[in-house]
Design a protein around this ligand. Structure first.
Ligand code: SF4
Length: 344
């Protein structure tokens, strides 16, 4: 029963958040609803386990090296940092670990997984993992300690197609690791972690959508086609085919915006419902912010960092109820600029 109420509340908030925030600009009301949800069912944060990645995906700022010298940097979340945030914030019950890098490269990950289980915190890796380099011990820990859900980035159904974007990756290795997780799931008689096959649709892989969907089903994974975030890299070739085969009914994020009158993804809502924290403790606010930070959670505490004047101002600024300010990273963000231009 409690789970049903939780699901209903979460679904309603997810459905309403765009209207509440960007149509009616009721940030305070969304804040209040999130506080109620958090006090009933726990809060969710995004805490990057690794900004390091071994692949060289050509359209990714981690793969190209663009993130290394900036605010994201190159490093791993330490177990002590994870423990500090969990111990100091018992209301945090769900943590998304993936963002710019590959979480399985973090040497402290097994310890993090075990500690989260002990503290009753559900872990997610829904932004994506490449699952190319992971020890058998970690694969077993994912099942033994009930890691909640993992989205595996697999943009192809054959190795030849997969490696065009996931350069330095190996499809056969990834499939073998998925099968190992499934092996441990049957050994522990567990349905965790839930596995998703994330397929970013490019021009070079669109023909493999049906085959990938079939393979995902055989591996017990949900299939999730995703629109390419960098339209200049390998754009979709046969739009009509992609609309049908992906089930997305659109072939690009631009088309999504035109048809639905809202962005395909809206990371700004994370400022309210699941703030992004970098591996070194910097509060980034959302998962796409590579511009600047809002202070350090390890130094200010989570509540302290979320309640600084600058972070509270940023929330009002992205809604358009305060003018842009130079010290807020969002001022240089494409998402913010596009929204402000379209509402002008
Ligand atoms: S404006 Fe950009 S940087 Fe700011 S919260 Fe939204 S997506 Fe993130």
């Amino acid at each position: 029963m409690l789970k049903k109420i939780q699901g209903l509340l979460k679904g309603t908030l997810k459905y309403l958040r765009y209207q509440l925030l960007f149509q009616y600009k009721l940030g305070w009301l969304y804040d209040l609803l999130i506080q109620i949800k958090n006090s009933l069912f726990g809060a969710r944060v995004r805490l990057e386990a690794s900004s390091v990645c071994q692949l060289q995906c050509p359209a990714c700022p981690t793969g190209t090296g663009a993130n290394r010298g900036g605010v994201i940097g190159w490093g791993f979340l330490k177990f002590e940092g994870f423990k500090k945030i969990i111990d100091e914030n018992p209301r945090v019950k769900r943590v998304e670990l993936s963002n710019w890098g590959e979480i399985f490269l973090n040497p402290d990950l097994p310890e993090i997984i075990e500690y989260a289980y002990i503290k009753g915190v559900r872990l997610e890796a829904l932004n994506g993992v490449n699952l190319n380099n992971v020890s058998d011990e970690t694969l077993e820990f994912l099942v033994k300690y009930r890691f909640d859900c993992i989205s595996v980035s697999l943009d192809g159904a054959t190795h030849e197609t997969y490696k065009i974007y996931r350069q330095k990756g190996n499809l056969y290795t990834v499939i073998r690791n998925i099968k190992r997780i499934n092996h441990f799931k049957s050994e522990y008689q567990s349905s965790f972690p839930k596995l998703l096959w994330q397929f970013v649709v490019f021009g070079h892989n669109e023909h493999e959508l049906p085959k990938a969907r079939k393979m995902a089903k055989e591996l017990g994974m949900s299939f999730r086609p995703k629109l390419n975030f960098e339209p200049t890299y390998s754009p979709v070739r046969d739009e009509r085919y992609v609309k049908i085969e992906s089930g997305l009914h659109v072939a690009s994020r631009d088309e999504f915006l035109r048809k639905r009158k809202r962005a395909y993804l809206c990371p700004c809502t994370q400022l309210w419902d699941s703030p992004q924290i970098n591996w070194d403790g910097k509060l980034l606010g959302c998962c796409v912010n590579r511009i600047g930070d809002f202070g350090n959670v390890f130094e200010l505490g989570l509540n302290g960092a979320l309640n600084t004047e600058v972070f509270r101002y940023a929330k009002r600024m992205v809604l358009g109820i305060e003018p842009p300010r130079e010290d807020i990273p969002c001022i240089s963000c494409e998402v913010y600029r596009t929204r402000m231009e379209s509402s002008a």
